[in-house]
Design a protein around this ligand. Structure first.
Ligand SMILES: Nc1ncnc2c1ncn2[C@@H]1O[C@H](COP(=O)(O)OP(=O)(O)O)[C@@H](O)[C@H]1O
Ligand SMILES: Nc1ccn([C@@H]2O[C@H](COP(=O)(O)OP(=O)(O)O)[C@@H](O)[C@H]2O)c(=O)n1
Length: 212
C-alpha cells in the first residue's frame, strides 16, 4: 500500500507520515528533505539559486545519506528549497528515486507537496493535511524553542505564507490537493488526535467505506 500525504509548510505532514509508517510497518520518506538537501548544497557552494542547470546537476548526484543532517531543517534552507524546487529539471531528476522508494514492498508513506498529484497519482490513500497558518507558525516556534533556538513567531508565519504562495503558484508540480485526496485539518487536534484521524481515513478508504 502507498499512502501519499501532501500539504502546506509545517502542517504536520512529516510527523503524521512517520507515525503512519510506524503503525503499518511501512517505510517513510519525507520528500521535503530531498529538496532541502539540494538547496543546502547550492547554499554551501554559494551558487545562485536561480541557476537551474547547476541545481539539477546537484539533484542528479544527491547522496541520500545526507538527509539526516539537522542543518537541513533550518528556515533558510527551507526558503532556498522552495526556490530550487520550482525548477522543472530539478524535480525531474528526483522523480525516479521517489517512485522507486514508493514501489518497494511492503508499503510506503511519502509526504511532500506533489505526492498524490505527480509522484504517486495511483496511491492507495491520499491525505491532504492542513492547519491554520497561525497554528503552524506557533508549532514551528515551539519546535525551535525546544531545540534551544530563538523563535520569532511573526517571522516564521511570514516565511510559511511566502513559501506556501511560491509552492502553490509555480508551474511545475504546484502544491494542491489531489482530486481524490481526503482533507485533514488538524488545527484543533493534537498529534495523537491527528494520527487517529488519519488512521480512520486509511481504514475507511481501504474498506471502501469512503470514496476518495
Ligand atoms: N496535530 C498536531 N498538534 C500539535 N503539533 C503538531 C501536530 N502535528 C505536528 N505538530 C508539530 O508541528 C511541527 C511541524 O510538524 P511537521 O511534522 O514537521 O510538519 P511538516 O512536515 O508538514 O513540515 C512539529 O513541531 C510537530 O511536532
Ligand atoms: N514533494 C515536495 C516536498 C517539498 N518541496 C519543496 O521543499 C520545500 C521544503 O519542504 P518541507 O516539506 O521540508 O517543508 P516544511 O513543510 O517541513 O516546512 C517546500 O517549501 C517545497 O518548495 C516540494 O516542492 N515538493
Amino acid at each position: 500500500m502507498i499512502i501519499a500525504i501532501d500539504g502546506p509548510a509545517a502542517s504536520g505532514k512529516g510527523t503524521l507520515g512517520k507515525r503512519l509508517a510506524a503503525h503499518y510497518g511501512y517505510r517513510h520518506l519525507d520528500t521535503g528533505l530531498i529538496y532541502r538537501a539540494v538547496a543546502k548544497a547550492m547554499l554551501d557552494a554559494a551558487a545562485d539559486l536561480a541557476d537551474e542547470a547547476r541545481a539539477a546537476e546537484i539533484a542528479r548526484r544527491l547522496d541520500v545519506d545526507t538527509f539526516g543532517d539537522p542543518a537541513l531543517k533550518s528556515q533558510a534552507v527551507g526558503e532556498a528549497a522552495s526556490v530550487v524546487s520550482a525548477h522543472p529539471t530539478v524535480r525531474a531528476a528526483l522523480l525516479d528515486f521517489q517512485r522507486r522508494f514508493a514501489a518497494d514492498p511492503p508499503g510506503a508513506v511519502l509526504d511532500g507537496r506533489d505526492i498524490g498529484t505527480v509522484i504517486c497519482p495511483d496511491a492507495d490513500v491520499k491525505i491532504f493535511v492542513v492547519a491554520k497558518p497561525e497554528v503552524r507558525a506557533q508549532r514551528r516556534a515551539l519546535e525551535a524553542q525546544g531545540r534551544g533556538e530563538p523563535a520569532d513567531e511573526a517571522a516564521i508565519l511570514a516565511d510559511i505564507l511566502r513559501r506556501d504562495e511560491r509552492d502553490k503558484s509555480r508551474s511545475a508540480a504546484p502544491l494542491k490537493q489531489a482530486e481524490d485526496a481526503v482533507l485533514l485539518d488538524n488545527s484543533y487536534l493534537d498529534i495523537e488526535g491527528g494520527v487517529r484521524a488519519a488512521i480512520e481515513i486509511v481504514e475507511a478508504v481501504r474498506a471502501g467505506r469512503r470514496r476518495v
